[in-house]
Ligand binder design. Sequence first.
Ligand code: ADP
Length: 325
Amino acid sequence: MIEVLLILALIIITALSLVILYLYRNYVTPIRQIKQAAQKIYEGDFSRRIYIKGRNETVKVCALINKIADKYQSVQQKLDDKVKELDRCTRSLDNFAYVVSHDLKAPFNSIKSIAELFRIEYQNKLDEEGKELLHFIDIKVAEMDRLLQGVLQYSRVRESEESRGMVDLNILVSEVLKEVDPPAHIHINIKNPLPVVFIEKDLIYRVFLNLIDNAVKFNYKPEGYVEIGSSSDENWHNFYVSDNGLGIEAKYFEKIFNIFYRVQEGAAPPAPGVGLAIVKKIIEYKGGQIWVESKVKEGTIFHFTLPVIESQQKKTENKLQEAHQ
Ligand code: ADP
C-alpha cells in the first residue's frame, strides 16, 4: 500500500514539475523577455526585437511589440534625418551670414576711409549743414560697423576658437568681471561657488560677459546690485544673473533674444543688440535653455541651464585614465 502511495506521489510530483516547467517555458520566460523589450523601447532603444516559438497568445503579443518597435524605429530615423537636415541648413545659413558680412567689410571699410579723408580735406570748407551731414555719416558708419561685427560674431558661434575642456566658472567669472570693470556703485555678489563645466571656454565666457555686462549697463540706480549664482542636480546646471536695474516689460521677454533687437533705442549706450541673441544661440547649441524674469524698475533675472552629462562623462573618463596609469 505504501509503495502504491509513493508511486502515486512520485507521479503527481513529476506531473506538477512538468506543468511548472511548461508554464515557465511558455509564459514566465516570454513575459520576462516582453517586459525587458518593452522597457528598452520605453527608454528609446527601438532596435530590440523578441522572437519566441510557439502558438500561444504571448507569441502574438511579441509580434505586436516588434511591430511597435518597427514603427518607432522608422519614426526615429525620419526624425534623425530631419535633425541632420536642419543642422545642415543652420550651418549653411551661418556660413552665408558670415560670407556676406565678411565680404561687405571691404567696401564698407573703403567708405569709412573715404569719409575720413573727406573730413580731413573739406571740414573747414563746409557750411553748418555740410558738417551736420558729415556727422550723420559718422553715426551711420559706426552703426553699420557694429551690425557687421554682430553678424560675424553671431554666425561664428558654432565655430568656436577653442576645444572643449573642464572650465572652472569661478575663475572664468572673475576674468569676466575684470573685463566688465563695473563702476564703484554697482555691487557684485557671487552667491555660491560655481561649478566646473565641460565646455568651450570662449563660448561660456561670452555668455557670462554679455549677461553681466547688460546687468551693469542697464542699471541707473544710485546703488546697483548684480548677483550670479548656480545650483546643480545630476542632470542640469542652473545658473542665474540678476540685477536691480531698469527691468524689461513682459511683452519683450521673447523679442530681446532676437538678433538686433533693442527694447528702446537710445535707452542705453549704443550697442548692436546682438548680445542676447548670441547668448541664446550658445546655450541652445550646448543643449540648454535660457529665459528671463523681470519687473520694470525693479530688476531682471536671466536664468540658463546647461546639461551635466558631458562634464560627468569627462570626469569618468579622467578617473578611468587615472586608474589605468
Ligand atoms: P545690446 O547690444 O543692446 O546690449 P542685447 O541683445 O544684449 O543687446 O540686449 C537686447 C535688449 O534687451 C537690450 O537692448 C535691452 O533693452 C534689454 N536688456 C538686456 N539685458 C537687460 C537687463 N539686464 N536689464 C534691462 N534690459 C535688458
